[in-house]
Write a protein that binds this ligand. Sequence first.
Ligand code: FES
Length: 573
Amino acid sequence: MRKKPEELRSHRWYGAKDLRAFGHRSRTAQMGYDRSDYAGKPVIAILNTWSDINPCHTHFRNRVEEIKRGVWQAGGFPVEMPAISLSEPFQKPTTMMYRNLLAMEAEELLRSYPADGAVLMGGCDKTTPALVMGATSMNLPAIFMPAGPMLRGNWHGHTLGSGSDSWKYWAELRAGKIDERAWQEIEDGIARSPGHCMTMGTASTMTSAVESLGLTLPGAASIPAPDANHPKMATLTGKRIVDMVWEDLKPTDILTAAAFDNAVVTVLALGGSTNAIVHLVAMARRAGIALDLDRFDALSAKTPVLADVRPSGRYLMEDFYYAGGLRALLGEVRDLLALECRTANGRTLGENLAGAEIYNPEVIRKRGHPLLAAGGLAVLRGNLAPDGAVIKPAAAEPRLLKHSGKAVVFEDYNDMAARVDDPALDVTADSVLVLRNAGPQGGPGMPEWGQLPIPRKLLEQGVRDMVRISDARMSGTSYGACVLHVAPEAFVGGPLALVQTGDVIELDVPGRRLMLRVDDAELMRRKRLWKAPSPRYARGYGAIFQKHIRQAHEGCDFDFLEGAAPTPDPEIH
Ligand code: FES
């Protein structure tokens, strides 16, 4: 049933015969609009996370105009609303600290203004989950417009990938294999167009996950930002949201438990970033769905990794798009998906996948020739991680997947930075490096420190991987035998806080175990002696953050933002 114009939420602002509505109309006239521009039309809030300091969203100034074009054409009234940008390369201590701030801003913008529907413009890492979390809590019709990946990097004809190649060539520079001039050329060639990181980092993983959830137009997440199909997609997104308002197609109609399973399968088949676990859990909880770590482990056991994209594979997102994009990949795992799920274009996921084809099976592998048959992610538990920890087994040297070693403990990031390369550090290739106080509260914001550096003296001996354990996250472009997201974190007294250098830690990925081989009585003794660190912030947003942030396995949302209880619309007086 289509809505009637007087049933629009914005009608309360514009349509009433009272002094307030007079004020709203006269102020809209002040902005140069005639009544015919908006009367009886859905008001579409376009949440634009553009800023001068976000390189991944530089094209959003143009894209917002293309979205507006679509909204106008479909008979809507577009209203651009800037929202905090969360620029991954620049914002400190980590954008993760501000994901919930953007989520709150998105929700409250939609609530406090006369919005009938929303276009969410995001892509750079945390912008995607944040916008979806806020829009889900507000639950107005909403569609996501992904920023799209940037073009492949290029240096002297060599392809360069975001993140992974910076580390690779930095190591070559330090080893004297390239000179300063080459390093400068790489700096100028690694990020050469608008768009988000073009490896399978958090940005590409999350925009793809949101597409498979059903919140974008089909195929939207894979289109490179500078491709002419990207502005076309933006315009079509603007057109579609107007109909979504008339149809009253809301996030809760789309975001079912089955849709979240589809998103998890997508992340796994892409060999995607471990950060997606934290974000999907938080997004699901906003929709009132209890997605937990065990669901990731269960779906991981049957989902093959098919995207041969860095850092797990060889190619980049531009190649992935030419190979058929996300639709082609999802078509290949069709039997693992709930195809009946509704999506933003009004059709089911299954209908949207009709005719999807893989054009290059080198980049998007066929089922019979996967990058990994199953098990892209593993969830570990044990006395060191009672609430869970995660590892990407394929990123680790296989010999380390079942490993016991003596702990070398770093109290925090600064302690690690000061000591890890010390020639006197008592460490061997069999040691287990432990970094604590890097979690949601300890980091704060759970920074991407989980790929602890291999001590220099071991690097010189040829060691390239070792077991590393932390309560931090890891960049989606990282790799290694890194156990991440240990919960509860050390800062709140989790068992990671009790480990001492020399303790034996046992990692058993096939058995899904992470054990500290110290007896319970000794652990109790250490717990009694443990002193909680003092809070990091006495005031401001940091104080709210540390008071309300949830642990990693709960998605790191604020406790007061979780759940699906409706918040009343504002009174209009
Ligand atoms: Fe924006 Fe990587 S820096 S996605």
